[in-house]
Design a binder for this molecule. Structure first.
Ligand code: 5AD
Ligand code: SF4
Length: 439
């Protein structure tokens, strides 16, 4: 077997895809592939794709078509598509793109080495069969690689919520939780390799559940916090309807839990929340935020927000603006609604013109920019514990994150990467903080 084959994986979308790409690389190293930064040098190119909005999906078709034009120079290149577009389109992708060699579904990553070998032998293959239960996790590699100081750990996958706009349940399958002992073994293993922070990952981490008698999510957090050398715990993503009082309480009792929660509200009007099938009201959401702020004073809250949901009126949108202001998000990811195949919302009448949706997005972004800056400026003069992750925005600077998940750039030596340092915040900008080391 050739040992020097090169793979380039291009990852799109969320942290689940980032984590899946890490697993792909690990599996491919077992058949002699190592990662290269440029696909033009690669023997194998994998696009790990996202289909949450149509733009993300269209981007993949555009990349596939660009590559086709350039293939003459690298005609031996094997090309595969993984992730959500692969799951959604399956074999159709092979028909659409004759230069594509394989399609690997979201539950089929363990098959990747086999698929690549078949592609090397000249076959074109697609596997997108779901493994819709906990068995899926038995197919994860049992050796764990640490890729930095912060490590993504999958604790559950899939989503059973069927928000009316969302394609995730169709491309990621039913919710399934990973055995606590496997999660803890992975964390212990990476902790011994220099990892200081874990990000517990799932489409809906609060639904972590292996049945009666097993650890629920707050209990899992407590167990993770007992692991030596892990000093910070984060989790993503949470569903507001599943934030239990026990989980709120974890922010008081589990000191290693970071002072940040990403709690996507999606919309501020009860009418739109109901049409979205979110399972909570504006008032219930705000109550949970209040409880979280009480349990962990100073907690930073971030959100995902959709504007221009079918039938959203100016009044509905104003309620979103008012909610965003009331919560005072330190950041939020704002999107214009994009109709997705198979979803309920795609069938709903949508009289709001495109321009108006775009204009609402601009107004929301403007508000959020101001709130982010206010939040960051409120940290000026404070001393923050920062986990140093790498080089900073400018020469001579290094960069890390506060417990509240704010990025801080400050002068310092690269030798500090992987360490916790105290940093005094000098300036708060819209997207980051500037600081100086406290000796
Ligand atoms: N259109 C726009 N945004 C969407 N999201 C999910 N589906 C859609 C859609 N159809 C957003 C939600 C979700 C984030 C990951 O992407 O805000 O939280
Ligand atoms: Fe999509 Fe809703 Fe599930 Fe999140 S909770 S993945 S938005 S269906």
């Amino acid at each position: 077997m050739r040992k020097d084959k090169k793979v380039h994986i291009q990852t799109f979308g969320c942290q689940m895809n980032v984590s899946d790409s890490e697993r792909m690389l690990q599996l491919l190293s077992g058949i002699g592939y190592h990662h290269v930064d440029n696909w033009k040098e690669a023997d194998l190119l994998i696009l790990n794709t996202c289909s949450v909005r149509s733009k993300a999906e269209e981007k993949i078709y555009s990349i596939l078509s660009t590559i086709k034009g350039k293939l003459k120079r690298n005609s031996g290149l094997i090309i595969g598509v993984g992730g959500c577009v692969a799951q959604q389109e399956g074999e159709k992708l092979l028909k659409m793109a004759p230069h594509l060699n394989f399609v690997c579904g979201t539950h089929n990553i363990h098959l990747l080495p086999q698929m690549v070998k078949e592609a090397e032998a000249g076959k074109r293959v697609s596997d997108t069969a779901f493994i819709d239960n906990e068995m899926r996790f038995d197919l994860f590699p049992k050796e764990y690689q640490a890729t930095g100081v912060s490590h993504l750990v999958t604790i559950m996958q899939g989503c059973d919520n069927y928000c009316s706009y969302c394609i995730v349940p169709y491309v990621r399958g039913r919710e399934a939780s990973r055995q606590a002992e496997d999660i803890l073994a992975e964390i212990k293993s990476v902790a011994s390799k220099g990892v200081r922070e874990v990000i517990l990952l799932g489409q809906n981490v609060n639904s972590y559940n292996l049945g009666a008698g097993s650890a629920n999510f707050p209990a899992l957090l407590t167990k993770v916090a007992e692991i030596d050398n892990i000093e910070r715990i984060r989790f993503v993503t949470s569903h507001p309807k599943d934030i239990s009082s026990e989980l709120v309480n974890s922010f008081s009792t589990v000191k290693k839990l970071c002072s940040h929660i990403h709690l996507p509200v999606q919309a501020g009007s009860n009418r739109v929340l109901a049409m979205m099938n979110r399972g909570y009201s504006r008032e219930e959401y705000l109550l949970k935020i209040e409880q979280l702020k009480k349990a962990r004073p100073g907690i930073s809250v971030t959100s995902d927000i959709i504007v221009g949901f079918p039938g959203e009126t100016e009044e509905d949108f104003k309620e979103t603006l008012a909610l965003v202001e009331e919560v005072g998000y330190s950041d939020s990811y704002c999107f214009v609604y994009s109709p997705r195949p198979e979803t309920k919302a795609a069938e709903m009448p949508d009289p709001v013109p495109k321009d108006e949706k775009q204009e609402r997005l601009e107004r929301l972004l403007e508000l959020q920019r101001g709130l982010s800056k206010t939040h960051n400026m409120s940290l000026e003069g404070s001393v923050q514990k920062v986990l140093v992750e790498g080089s900073g925005g400018k020469t001579g600077q290094i960069s890390g994150r506060t417990s509240g998940n704010r990025i801080v750039n400050f002068p310092g030596s690269a030798e500090l990467v992987g360490n916790f340092v105290d940093v005094k915040i000098i300036r708060g900008y819209q997207n980051s903080l500037l600081g100086e080391l406290v000796s």
